[in-house]
Write a protein that binds this ligand. Structure first.
Ligand SMILES: Cc1cc2nc3c(=O)[nH]c(=O)nc-3n(C[C@H](O)[C@H](O)[C@H](O)COP(=O)(O)OP(=O)(O)OC[C@H]3O[C@@H](n4cnc5c(N)ncnc54)[C@H](O)[C@@H]3O)c2cc1C
Length: 291
């Protein structure tokens, strides 16, 4: 949105292709307070979207939602949609973000909205007084375990690594929290239940056979992965699949830029995504003016 708004301001003819029904990306799944974007204090991501949605509506760029991109030819700057349409452009800005990594185990898809917890902040009430488990060991996992421990009967935090990787202040809180039990060097191998989640099956490192923990809810936070399927093989990626760019956010393909989380594994934040979008638009305008 930042790249498109700046393109509009710089007199470029921009088109945004969004696969979702509406704008906002990950902001749609932020259910807690955002207080680290200068000048903005909002209770959740939806409130943030509401702040910039009028700017988007009033701008002159085109925004197509519910779009399915079939393929992209970065060198030719051509995008083909599943509907058959082809879009020819002079520059492309890739801002496809990241998605939550899945465990890929039985039960994970089957129990969506039947015990799989999407957000510790939003779903606290639904799991009040129940036993739940959180899978993961980073900031997001520990933060959610702490949030759920305020209302749940028990929280079991299951992490495959030897040590939790969350920020020190969260780990300090965890130490004195008697509601949360931590299993390290353990992996969840199945989510079990009939109509709803009833247990998780866990295998400990060096264990002879898996064991079960009875839970009513499971929250998975094992990191994210970049949405780069469309451009793999056409642009340089790092070993984790993030798009590599220079300081102007241009990729190794001239006039193809990547901004936001899809190219920012170190500091994926709203402010850096907004800044990168603005830079990309300005660099594109400068290239075109120099022609
Ligand atoms: C729970 C949570 C809390 C967070 N809290 C904060 C916070 O407090 N402060 C902060 O600064 N940041 C926070 N973040 C991170 C912040 O949301 C991201 O850094 C920011 O949203 C990145 O924006 P983006 O545009 O790069 O990507 P995204 O927000 O991921 O948007 C990518 C967009 O691309 C679309 N897309 C993907 N693939 C395709 C395709 N093939 N075709 C068409 N469209 C496609 C997606 O539908 C999506 O709309 C949080 C994130 C989460 C999940």
């Amino acid at each position: 949105m930042s790249a498109a708004l700046w393109s509009d301001e710089l007199g470029l003819d921009a088109l945004v292709l969004e696969q979702a029904e509406s704008i906002g990306g990950q902001l749609n799944i932020i259910h807690n307070r955002i207080a680290n974007y200068p000048g903005v204090k909002v209770q959740n991501g939806k409130e943030f979207i509401d702040l910039f949605a009028p700017d988007v509506a009033n701008a002159d760029f085109d925004l197509w939602t519910s779009v399915v991109i079939d393929s992209v030819d970065l060198k030719a700057k051509r995008v083909s949609l599943l509907s058959g349409e082809q879009i020819q452009s002079i520059a492309i800005v890739i801002a496809t973000g990241v998605r939550r990594r899945a465990l890929g185990i039985p039960g994970e898809k089957e129990f969506v909205r039947k015990g799989l917890i999407e957000s510790g902040a939003r779903d606290q009430n639904e799991f009040k007084g129940k036993d739940v488990c959180v899978v993961g060991g980073g900031d997001a996992a520990v933060e959610n375990a702490l949030l759920l421990s305020d209302v749940c009967a028990t929280v079991t935090l299951i992490h495959r690594g030897k040590r939790l990787r969350a920020r020190r202040e969260m780990l300090e809180q965890l130490k004195t929290n008697h509601c949360v039990t931590v299993f390290t060097e353990s992996v969840v191998t199945r989510i079990l239940g009939n109509d709803e989640v009833e247990a998780v099956e866990v295998m400990r490192k060096g264990g002879l056979k898996p064991f079960q923990i009875a839970v009513k809810g499971v929250l998975i936070r094992i990191g994210v992965e970049p949405n780069t399927e469309l451009v793999r093989g056409q642009v340089n990626l790092d070993e984790q699949g993030y798009i590599i760019t220079n300081s102007e956010h241009e990729t190794n393909v001239p006039m193809v830029f990547a901004v936001g989380d899809v190219s920012n594994p170190l500091a994926p934040t709203i402010s850096s995504a907004v800044g990168a979008g603005a830079t990309a638009a300005k660099v594109i305008a400068a290239h075109l003016n120099a022609r």
